[in-house]
Write a protein that binds this ligand. Sequence first.
Ligand code: C5P
Length: 219
Amino acid sequence: LSAGPLSGKHVIVTSGPTHEPIDPVRYIANRSSGAQGTAIAAALRDLGARVSFVTGPASVPPPDGVDVIRVETAAEMAAAVNAALPADAAVMAAAVADWRVANASDRKMKKDASGAPPALSFAENPDILRDLSAAAQRPRLVVGFAAETDHVIDHAKAKLARKGCDWIVANDVSPATGIMGGAENAVTILTASGAEAWPRLPKAEVARRLAARIADALA
Ligand code: C5P
């Protein structure tokens, strides 16, 4: 076993969607497959990092050789990230639900006799990336993602400032790109010093390039 450039380093990776319950059998989710986060965890592992992989209910299996922490909701993901600290770096690739159902029912909801549909109300979830970026135990390098369907770079620049992270990996998830759930990704890396557009690449190659950059930044 060769000592890679990230040996001795601990990296937290979040991945996949979150599920926000409506009642015991129903939930709100999103189209994240977890493919990009899983590839990033594997690439960091390949460079020798110890990886805490905090994953929502993804449709791809987690990589071997990482510590897998399975969660369902955003609140559980936030707690798992905190529990995994301290870390040298964190990559927040999860598609975290912005809202949870505030009036989730602990029994299966039934159609009522009047036929009136139920009304759901929502509460804001914790912003795991923003909170980690401001935490006392903030990892030295915090990387966020921005999945956008329009004005990708402008939105990602605003996100870098708002979230307080070091880098944003921005990608266009318009349905026409086939990126969400697909095998390839076309990303732009935004840092304090500018934007760098990468060509459309397999998600595994995006992951390898990102892991190499993380190794450089932590060296
Ligand atoms: O605000 P938005 O959801 O577009 O930000 C995306 C980035 O923030 C991703 O890195 C995602 O993992 C992270 N995020 C988070 N917790 C949330 C919402 C987003 O960590 N509640």
